[in-house]
Design a protein around this ligand. Structure first.
Ligand SMILES: C[S@@+](CC[C@H](N)C(=O)[O-])C[C@H]1O[C@@H](n2cnc3c(N)ncnc32)[C@H](O)[C@@H]1O
Length: 312
């Protein structure tokens, strides 16, 4: 679908009254978008990647408390943490997007593809917990509440990660997966400051951030940096709605943001997008003034894993 048509549909749906808007957006995603397929693999991989990166920093995630910002439709990342031995995960979302029927379908997938799940997690799996989950997924009626209890997941929605009401030094790891690019910069600052308050000393923030123009995920005619040609006002007309908001912060902006809240980077792994790099080198895209002063090296980065720690 051409991205401008998609933008028109999202804008129209976002203007409906709240409950009708959520239902309509879900229906569209389910029939035409990313929710057509029920496969938990990508979010389990996200959990595994996060887990391994923590281990690579000489920390043990086993038996620890996670906070996940931005749950989305199915709490797959928290289920993944539990399957690898986390004590519990508090997962918080501004929007109550969790969907019982989707959760049930994902659980059935796990039950029917046990060998695939085992291969995915490898030696990280807690075999006993997987057995319990596989059995749970075969039940004729699956309750989301029972699943959350089983996997030691506390779901807070609607809730704001900038104001969790959790006690100080309550969590061991503060994580998010493809969430920070959707949050306005001033709110991100508040979320990270709140994170600094609730995280234990010397513990880690692990964020996977996708800097790409998300319209390029479904419209292959445009590149990952297509949105950098627009001013903030022009861009707001296309994506300034609750479903597609993207802050367009670049890698250097995120590094500065973490520094501004008193965090130091302990590991960063940026991904370079070669198509964007080529476009930038050949001046195939006219950049808006907000982005034109930045280097090609920065602008061609389409996403990153970022591990940070509170100073001092
Ligand atoms: C693109 S979705 C990603 C969901 C999930 N992590 C995934 O990978 O499927 C971003 C999520 O962040 C949530 N979100 C946005 N601002 C938030 C905030 N201040 N606190 C908590 N969640 C927030 C949105 O409601 C949305 O569910």
């Amino acid at each position: 679908m051409h991205w401008k048509l998609k933008s028109k549909i999202q804008n129209a749906i976002s203007r409906l009254p709240s409950a009708a808007s959520y239902e309509a957006y879900y229906w569209v995603q389910r029939h035409f978008g990313g929710l057509r397929q029920v496969v938990p693999t990508s979010r389990f991989i996200a959990a595994i990647e996060t887990w391994k990166r923590i281990q690579n920093q000489e920390r043990s995630p086993t038996g620890k408390v996670f906070l996940e910002v931005g749950t989305g439709r199915v709490p797959l990342v928290p289920i993944g943490y539990w399957l690898m031995g986390a004590e519990s995960t508090i997962t918080i979302d501004l929007n109550p997007y969790l969907k019982g029927e989707l959760i049930a379908e994902h659980l059935r997938y796990v039950s029917e593809h046990e060998d695939e799940i085992l291969a995915l997690f490898g030696s990280l799996i807690d075999r006993r917990r997987l057995n319990v989950l596989v059995r749970f997924g075969t039940k004729s009626k699956l309750s989301a509440t029972e699943l959350l209890d089983l996997c030691q997941i506390v779901y807070i929605a609607p809730g704001d990660a900038a104001n969790t009401n959790l006690p100080e030094q309550h969590i061991d790891f503060h994580t998010s997966y493809t969430v920070f690019e959707h949050i306005p910069p001033n709110v991100l600052v508040d979320i990270l400051r709140e994170g600094n308050r609730i995280i234990k000393k010397e513990c880690l923030f692990v964020n996977r951030i996708d800097y790409s123009d998300h319209f390029s995920h479904s419209d292959k005619s445009i590149s990952a940096i297509n949105f950098l040609q627009y001013s903030d006002n022009e861009w707001a007309k296309y994506a300034g709605n609750r479903y597609m908001y993207m802050n367009r912060l670049r890698h250097d902006d995120f590094l500065a943001l973490f520094e501004s809240v008193g965090q130091q980077v302990v590991e960063v792994e940026p991904n370079i997008d070669r198509r964007s790099e080529e476009l930038l080198k050949t001046k195939g895209l006219s950049l808006n003034d907000r982005f034109s002063p930045k280097t090609i090296e920065v602008l061609a980065i389409s996403g990153a894993w970022m591990l940070t720690q509170k100073n001092g």
